[in-house]
Design a protein around this ligand. Structure first.
Ligand SMILES: NC(=O)c1ccc[n+]([C@@H]2O[C@H](COP(=O)([O-])OP(=O)(O)OC[C@H]3O[C@@H](n4cnc5c(N)ncnc54)[C@H](OP(=O)(O)O)[C@@H]3O)[C@@H](O)[C@H]2O)c1
Length: 185
């Protein structure tokens, strides 16, 4: 059964987007398209669960096919699916899931085969952790302080989650930390 990996890139002070919603300062060429880091992530990922706001980062939803790093089935958690679905092909399909994160993760696991499900989006990652759906938490720590922005954590509902570090790697200034989630809340 597919493992569920929840995670994002985060500033050292805990933000996954700056105060203007930008993420450029959290990435590095060493973790971007074409890098060894991204090539490995692509290889291990069989399906993706996105929060609707993360999905909306692409100004044109038809951009995903052929351009998004993960050309796999995508499951978008939302209260309001688009009236016209975005472009899809035999690799990248979209499913808009309106009955919650657990349903999205279950559907994504079925689609991922023996590869992992990647959960992306701050609120979506927190929900996956709160619901005990994430097997691993992955955080790429960027060597920058943003001072303010969108926090990944800071959620009282996450009190008590215990983690075991299973990897710590460097890629172009980014520190990739991987944790096993030991105790679903
Ligand atoms: N640093 C990184 O690696 C990275 C990566 C990706 C994104 N980001 C940033 O993260 C931000 C997005 O994160 P976010 O926390 O704001 O939003 P998000 O998790 O991407 O999406 C949240 C939205 O998804 C929908 N949703 C979530 N849970 C749901 C549920 N259980 N049932 C139905 N709908 C549900 C809701 O949208 P509706 O109610 O509108 O449908 C909700 O407003 C953006 O600023 C983006 O730039 C950073």
């Amino acid at each position: 059964m597919a493992q569920v990996h929840a995670g994002m890139a985060m500033s050292l002070d805990g933000f996954v987007a700056d105060r203007h919603g930008g993420t450029a300062r959290l990435s590095s060429p060493a973790t971007s398209a074409g890098s060894d880091h991204m090539t490995e992530l692509i290889r291990e990922t069989g399906a993706v669960v996105l929060g609707r706001r993360t999905y909306a980062m692409a100004a044109d939803p038809d951009w995903y096919v052929g351009n998004y790093e993960f050309q796999v089935p995508i499951f978008v958690v939302t209260h309001t699916p688009p009236e016209v679905p975005p472009a899809q092909d035999e690799h990248l399909t979209f499913t808009f899931v309106t009955d919650g994160i657990a349903s999205a993760v279950t559907q994504a696991k079925a689609a991922a085969g023996d590869r992992a499900v990647k959960v992306i989006g701050a609120s979506t990652v927190r929900q996956a952790l709160r619901a005990g759906l994430a097997d691993e938490l992955h955080v790429d720590i960027a060597p920058v302080l943003l001072g303010a922005g969108l926090p990944l954590f800071g959620d009282p509902g996450l009190d008590g989650v215990a983690l075991r570090r299973i990897a710590a790697r460097e890629a172009g200034g980014i520190t990739e930390l991987r944790f096993e989630v030991l105790n679903p809340i």
